[in-house]
Structures are given as C-alpha cells and as structure tokens.
Design a protein around this ligand. Structure first.
Ligand code: ATP
Length: 239
C-alpha cells in the first residue's frame, strides 16, 4: 500500500466508562478501495466506525482524513468533509417516504445536483424508484438496507462507512448489496465496511483487517485473508 491514505486510524482507544471497547485499532484506507473490518460480535468494529464519524471521542489515538486530524471535530463537520456513515440497524424514518428519507441524506448540501442524485439511487435500486412515495417502514429488510445505503450516498461521500449491511438479509439480497458496493466503488466512492459475514466481505474487499478484542490483528488483501488458515478457523466457520 503506497500513497497518502484517504483515512488513517492510529492506535485508537475508545472506552465506555470502564469498558475499553477499542484498545488498539490501527489501519489505513486508500482512496478507491473497499476495506473491511471483520471480527466477532463485540470486537469493537461498530465503536470504531462511530468514533470515525465523531459520535464518540477516543480516549487516545488519532484519526486522519486526507492527512488532517478529525477526531477532535464534531460529527456534522466530519460529514461535511465527505465521511458518511450507514449505521447498523439502518435508522430510517419509517413514517416518511422513500424519497423523503433520501432527501434527508442530502441535508448538508446546497448544490443543484440533489435531484440528479436521487435518480442515481433509483437507477441503482429500481425497487426504490418504483415505490418512491411509499413509507419506508413498509419495506422488507433488504429494501430498507438499500434505502439506508441510498440515503448515505445522498451526501456524496468520499468515504462511505457501512456497518453490517448484510445483517438479516437472505444470501441473494446479501449478494445484491455487495454487488451495489462494487458499483459504488466504480463510481469513485471509497468504502469502509464492517461485517460479521466475513466470507461475503472478504470476497469483495481490496484489503481487510481482523479486529479481535478491541485490537487490529491480521491484515491483508481480501484474497489473502480468505486463504489464511487462522482466519478460516476463526471466522469462516471451518473447525
Ligand atoms: P457488533 O457486531 O456486535 O456490533 P462490534 O465489533 O461492532 O460488535 P462494538 O459494538 O463496537 O463491537 O462493541 C464493543 C464492546 O463495547 C462490546 O463489549 C460492547 O458490549 C461494548 N459496548 C458497545 N456499546 C456500548 C455502550 N454504549 N456502553 C457500554 N458498552 C458498550
């Protein structure tokens, strides 16, 4: 990995009171890549994303976006720099329509391209376009996940962070979501992905890190980690 990274996390430590959820997490994301953080439940992946977004403050360590420290910045400023976060559990507004949810994703923007970007989301996810006037709460899990990704795209992020996009989805829907993540990469978006579905994530990742008990441990290309016996034993369900 060469060149200045888009995102650099250096020796991050984040605690909830006495609970050190993240003890030492370090990794970089190069522009244009899909990078995954994989690991067991409770390893500290969600906490890491929430800290990058500015929703939590680190106890120590640094987070640099394009070489500038952002861990001291408020969440809205980090979003304004182009870091979007699609949280676990989706957090849509169920009583609002598809289109209203998408427009909320663009609330930091003042430019003319918003309507065009709504159409781009509908091109990517035709089912959302067909039902643009329907309330978000009536959609299936997979459709709500598409809407959550679409809403995050509406801020025109440079870095899109997705927390467990495959959670609760069928294998077919999971494949569709990962295909979409690839499409977003082709459109120029850098993606940081958190997944418990290590197999699906590694297959689509340029680079990946294992997070274990609050620490980054093994790293490599998605291809390398899929072949790594330690990863296979611990995370790919081969015992
Ligand atoms: P998951 O996939 O289950 O979300 P994760 O790797 O994303 O797992 P985190 O959600 O970051 O892990 O949680 C890391 C640790 O911090 C866990 O032990 C969890 O119980 C703890 N934790 C998370 N949120 C809080 C909180 N608000 N208060 C106290 N402890 C928390």
């Amino acid at each position: 990995q060469t060149g200045k990274p888009l995102l650099e996390v250096r020796d991050l430590c984040v605690a909830y009171g006495a609970i050190e959820a993240v003890r030492s997490v370090s990794f970089t994301v190069q522009a244009g890549q899909i990078v995954s953080l994989i690991g067991s439940n409770g390893a500290g992946k969600t906490t890491t994303l929430r800290t990058i977004s500015g929703l939590l403050r680190p106890r120590s360590g640094q987070i640099l976006f394009e070489g500038r420290p952002i861990h001291t910045q408020p969440a809205h400023a980090i979003l304004g720099m182009g870091v979007a976060h699609c949280p676990e559990g989706r957090r849509l507004f169920p009583k609002m329509t598809v289109e209203e949810n998408l427009l909320l994703g663009a609330y930091t923007r003042k430019d003319e391209g918003i309507a065009e970007d709504v159409e781009r989301v509908y091109d990517l996810f035709p089912v959302l376009g067909e039902r643009r006037g329907n309330k978000a709460g009536l959609f299936s899990g997979g459709e709500q996940q598409m809407l959550a990704i679409g809403r995050a795209m509406m801020s025109r992020p440079r870095l899109l962070m997705l927390d467990e996009p495959s959670m609760g989805l069928s294998p077919i829907m999971t494949q569709r979501i990962f295909d979409t993540i690839r499409d977003l990469q082709r459109l120029g978006t850098t993606v940081l992905l958190v997944e418990q579905n290590a197999l699906a994530a590694l297959a689509q990742s340029d680079y990946a890190h294992v997070v274990d008990l609050g620490r980054t441990t093994i790293e490599g290309t998605g291809h390398d980690l899929l072949a790594d016996q330690r990863v296979r034993d611990a995370y790919l369900g081969e015992n």
